[in-house]
Design a protein around this ligand. Sequence first.
Ligand SMILES: Cc1cc2nc3c(=O)[nH]c(=O)nc-3n(C[C@H](O)[C@H](O)[C@H](O)COP(=O)(O)O)c2cc1C
Length: 284
Amino acid sequence: MRILNASGCLDALAAREVARQLDAFVTKTVTPEPRAGSDPPRIAETAHGMLNAIGLANPGRDRFLAEHLPRLRELGVPLWVSVGGFSARDYAETCARLDDIEAIELNLSCPNVDEAADSAAEIVAACRVATDLPLYAKLSAAHPDVAEVARAVAAAGADGLSLVNTLRGVALDRQLRPVLARGSGGLSGPSLKPIALHAVSVCHESTGLPIVGMGGIQTGRDALEFAACGARDVALGTVLFADPGAPTRVRAEFVAACADAGVVSAEDGKALAKSPETERKVHA
Ligand SMILES: Cc1cc2nc3c(=O)[nH]c(=O)nc-3n(C[C@H](O)[C@H](O)[C@H](O)COP(=O)(O)O)c2cc1C
């Protein structure tokens, strides 16, 4: 099992030692044009997790390729570039300009991008034509049937899935006004974990594609649960804001959690999670 960061949750150039703990670094989503992002406040802590409305702030494709990517290469960590946009063409044009990286993650939960199965498949198909690099489709669990979307992107040529992105939420202050300037934001952190485990499980069952599991992972035991549901790798997001040593800690805890659960390999974990009783429960 490899440990990555979740896109947007780590500035590798500002926190190089954190990035160097990872098996691969995933960039913040890059869009064709620069984006200043949403007005502050952009982050709200709630009793149930973190809400963010960053608004995909990023330098845009040209500056990313000319300035950021060369500096990221100096880290010596395998790189994944997260690609976003507002049309299939936006995504494909960025993919066509990327090379010499480990993989591309297509953020299919961008504003104005329809997360329906056919629109997601259209984007993946356009990117498939534009690049030979491995393509991971990143989905949210907002769609009522995430497995249907997973099957559609698999048929369109995705090599893997990243599951899951945030879910939309609102936090109110004492005066009952939204805390975030934009009103709503994406909910992340431990409250996402049960939803993410379900998404990983059903998408693994219906596609068999390699999956990077994420959503509320804080410990090695959490990572093991994702592996048991079918994730090949995991990504750490919100936990990195509180614990910059999380990648090393989670890796060590994962080994201990496997021993605790009597699991020698991720395959064993999957077998346990798929015992008839558990399987019935996971898919119910
Ligand atoms: C501050 C912040 C910024 C994020 N930015 C992005 C992004 O640019 N692209 C993306 O695909 N996901 C983005 N995400 C979602 C994360 O990559 C991840 O899918 C989500 O937070 C669930 O994992 P977690 O609960 O471990 O944080 C962001 C999340 C947070 C908290």
